[in-house]
Design a protein around this ligand. Structure first.
Ligand code: SF4
Length: 357
């Protein structure tokens, strides 16, 4: 049997029956603009006979990507406006992003950094730029957490990651290193015991945050890769993007969250789709997102509840945008009063005498 390879072009995808031959020209135009990569592990999860396959929808280019909305922008969450030195994004007071590489194992069609990631885009941090970025972290004593992101930091070798973690281990005020990745799903064999060991830094807590959007992504090899990280003592969280035609229904979303928890991964964020160029066909409305979050409450365990968040365009940071279950009720004579909604939709008055002065 021929060895499965990574598909890196529209022609590869057509040859693998993952895209229709008549779409080739248009998909080549998409691929000229945005990087394409689909690994064998994720490609094997796609049903080529299903035109709505939720895995294909995330990685196989679509001609709709050529349509750019006025509200969409090349840097929708404002990374560049908050970058004091190359490789660093300092948006919130106590944490920074450290972007080591600008390539990924797979390229997601909805990526908010799609104008920055991919071969031939921005270059990986040079040794001098990495030294300057680490210098910035050392000088800013308010930085409590460093988030390795990219691109995907886990495509780097264990040797390079060990060197970065060793440098961060020497910075007293940094207590937490968080790593954002899709590699355990996209290329699970890269998560070796040696790589897991490389992610630990003496005296620091390391968290790995897995990007997963559909329960089928947690295939046996991906589950085993995540288990290697958790068994190595690295707690895992998840982030998912709410995507039209992928996970925007209550059953799929609940199954995704439960599957993550079963893999010892705590659901952390459900992102509303960012205003990245050519991605409107994959975005839901916020009202749809709020309805989905309501559907999770009560239906699945509290362990399975992510925070539904929006990155405010322009670099203003993330805000929770889930539905509210509490509202002011007409004031009682002796103080403020609230109406609280239970998981079945029933409403209850929270008594005004719950606290004493
Ligand atoms: S893995 Fe992350 S950075 Fe890379 S294309 Fe997907 S969303 Fe973008």
């Amino acid at each position: 049997m021929p060895r499965a390879t990574t598909h890196r072009s529209a022609a590869d995808l057509v040859a693998a029956r993952l895209a229709p031959p008549e779409a080739l020209r248009e998909l080549e135009r998409v691929a000229e603009r945005y990087a394409v990569s689909l690994t064998p592990d994720l490609g094997a999860l796609i049903d080529p006979d299903d035109p709505d396959d939720p895995i294909a929808r995330q990685f196989v280019p679509d001609r709709a990507e050529l349509d750019r909305q006025k509200s969409e922008s090349a840097d929708p969450i404002g990374d560049d406006a908050n970058s004091p030195v190359e490789g660093i994004v300092h948006r919130y007071p106590d944490r920074v992003l450290l972007k080591l590489a600008h390539v990924c194992a797979v390229y997601c069609r909805f990526c908010f950094r799609r104008e920055m990631v991919g071969p031939g885009r921005r270059r990986a941090l040079s040794a001098a730029a990495l030294a300057a970025a680490l210098g910035y972290i050392r000088e800013h004593r308010e930085i409590w957490e460093v988030i390795l992101t990219g691109g995907d930091p886990l495509i780097l070798s264990a040797r390079r990651l060990r060197a970065v973690m060793a440098a961060l281990a020497l910075v007293d005020h940094v207590k937490v290193v968080r790593i954002h990745t899709r590699v355990p799903i996209a290329a699970p064999a890269l998560i070796t015991p040696a790589l897991a060991r490389a992610l630990k830094a003496s005296g620091k807590a390391t968290y790995v945050v897995l990007h997963a959007n559909h329960p089928r992504e947690l295939a046996p090899a991906a589950r085993a890769a995540c288990a290697r990280l958790v068994d190595a003592g690295i707690p895992m969280l998840s982030q998912s993007v709410l995507l039209r035609g992928v996970n925007d229904d209550p059953v799929t979303l609940a199954t995704l969250m439960r599957t993550l928890v079963e893999c010892r991964i705590k659901p952390y964020y459900l992102h509303h789709g960012d205003l990245a160029p050519g991605t409107s066909h994959l975005r839901t409305t916020i009202a749809q997102g709020q309805a989905l979050i309501r559907s999770l409450r009560g239906r699945v365990s509290g362990l399975c509840q992510p925070a539904y968040v929006l990155d405010i365009p322009g670099g203003h940071g993330k805000s929770p945008i889930g539905p509210s279950y509490i509202r002011a009720a007409p004031a009682a004579p002796d103080g403020e009063c609230f109406e609280v909604e239970d998981f079945r939709g029933g409403r209850h008055i929270y008594p005004p005498d719950a606290t004493s002065e």
